[in-house]
Every structure is written in structure tokens, then in C-alpha cells.
Design a protein around this ligand. Structure first.
Ligand SMILES: [Fe+2]
Ligand SMILES: [Fe+2]
Length: 195
């Protein structure tokens, strides 16, 4: 009777067999399917992150997603708004890129671009108070999604620190998050961005 494989035998990838890589691929697929649960746990951790603001990062994220929802944005954008600051804890100096990298296989190129650049675009609201250039985002002003990122920051980010705003709870967004992360996109990614 063949032995059940619990782990691969190789200690160097170069020595792995096709059977072992098929075994690992099954594990990896299952692990990817569990991504929504890990994202939800990471969002919950944002309730105890960066101090000093009138709302927690989780509340800020829920406010962002709720405002996008109320404005009639696509499900992808609402979920992107929910996750846009998920990199705050592990990538405090490059959080936009981290959130964008997580979203990239699951959202349109446009939404990926918006999230990737939101940190720089957001500097418009405060960089001048530190002697910085609040207009640094202008280097992208001829980009087709420039205004989309300006709008994201204006409507779903810089204004999402209001403790009186009635955001939807995290549980409201979980089915949306699971739908967006159900399957990576392929082919014409932009065409799959539907409300
Ligand atoms: Fe951010
Ligand atoms: Fe934010």
C-alpha cells in the first residue's frame, strides 16, 4: 500500500519530484482559498494600530468602504477601500504598495493603480505641513487614472476619520470580500470590473 505523503522529502527544491510538487500545489490551492479569513483577521488587528487619530485604522477602513459603497462604486472598489490601509502594520513606509500587491490578482488594473498610489496622492492633504511637496502627485497628472486616484483620496480616504460617521460593520463587507477574492482574474482584467 502506498504511504500517504505528509510532507515532501526534499530539502532542496532542485531535488523535488513531480509527485511532490503536485502534492504541494494542492496545499497551496487550499491555502489561497483561505486568504479571505487571513485578510479579515488582519483587518481586525487594525483596530489596535496607529494611535493619535480620532478613529482606529479599522474604523477608518470601514468608513472608507462604506463611503465607496454609498457612492455606488463597484464591489471591487469597495473591497479595495476596505483593504487600502491593511499594510499599515507591516509596511508603514510603503503601505500602499503592500495593499495593492494583495489586491492585484483580484481587481482591475485601474483599482490596483489607485490603491498603489493612494499614499502619494494623499500627501496632498498634509505634506506642506512638513515642508514637503503636496503636489508631488502631479508627476502622474497625464496618467489616465490620475483623477480616479485624486477622487479616491478626496472621497474615500482623507475624509474618513469622523468618529460620528455611521459605517457598516466589518461583517457587512465579508461576503463582498469573499466574492472578490474567490478567484484570481485573468484575461481582460479591466473588463471584469463590474458593479
Ligand atoms: Fe493609506
Ligand atoms: Fe487611508
Amino acid at each position: 500500500m502506498p504511504k500517504i505523503m505528509r510532507t515532501v522529502r526534499f530539502t532542496e527544491m532542485a531535488n523535488g519530484t513531480a509527485e511532490e510538487y503536485a502534492f504541494l500545489q494542492r496545499h497551496e490551492r487550499a491555502y489561497i482559498r483561505e486568504l479571505p479569513a487571513r485578510l479579515i483577521a488582519a483587518l481586525e488587528q487594525l483596530d489596535e494600530s496607529l494611535a493619535g487619530y480620532p478613529v482606529s485604522r479599522l474604523q477608518h477602513s470601514l468608513q472608507s468602504a462604506t463611503r465607496a459603497l454609498v457612492a455606488g462604486e463597484s464591489e471591487q472598489l469597495v473591497v479595495a477601500a476596505l483593504l487600502h490601509d491593511i499594510g499599515d502594520g507591516l509596511a508603514p513606509l510603503s503601505h500602499s504598495e503592500m495593499a495593492a500587491a494583495i489586491l492585484r490578482p483580484y481587481v482591475s488594473d485601474r483599482i490596483y493603480w489607485i490603491i498603489k498610489h493612494h499614499g502619494l496622492f494623499q500627501q496632498y492633504y498634509y505634506a506642506h505641513h512638513f515642508g514637503g511637496d503636496r503636489h508631488a502627485r502631479r508627476k502622474y497628472q497625464s496618467h489616465p487614472w490620475y483623477q480616479d486616484c485624486v477622487g479616491f483620496c478626496e472621497n474615500y480616504d482623507q475624509n474618513c476619520f469622523d468618529p460620528a460617521y455611521r459605517s457598516k460593520p466589518l461583517s457587512y463587507f465579508i461576503p463582498m470580500l469573499k466574492r472578490v477574492f474567490a478567484k484570481p482574474l485573468d484575461g481582460d482584467r479591466a473588463a471584469t470590473e463590474t458593479p
